[in-house]
Design a protein around this ligand. Sequence first.
Ligand SMILES: [Zn+2]
Length: 182
Amino acid sequence: MHLLICCVLLVALTCGDAAMLSRSDWGARAPNPGVASMRSTPRNVIIHHSATRGCTDKSSCSALVRSFQRYHMDNNGWSDIGYNFVVGEDGNIYEGRGWGKVGAHARGHNSNSIGICVIGNFEHRTPNGAALSAAQSVINTGVRLGKISPSYRLRGHRDVGSTTCPGRRLYASIRRWSHYRA
Ligand SMILES: [Zn+2]
């Protein structure tokens, strides 16, 4: 058993994949009816920030993800947390709606994109390396699993909507990633 755990850790480190925490890991509520399935492989990845405080450990990041879900469901009346995935500066990936589900994060673009939110406000500071790696890991995993088109287009929320999201500094970062196209 111990050997197995070591091997799993070794593989995870070798692949450079951040940990993916399931909905039950962060204490998600069950979604309400109405979350649609994707009809085709999404061709876009849209990056957001939460415009909240940041977090650097699993417990505080989980609490923030629960608060996003609560706000999206109770205030906005959505069926579930809007994002497909959320990443924190703890380096973890938090499963939101997940793969193959239409999110509620970028009006007019949800059915053809995966929405990834980085926890924090990145108008005046850049996310740490752990959060940026986790976001890239979500994308790489999606391409590998066939859940994101290999020729996907990376964009910031402000590229497709009237918003400052994902913040000036995070936006500057993602514009340097290879799949970014304005
Ligand atoms: Zn956004």
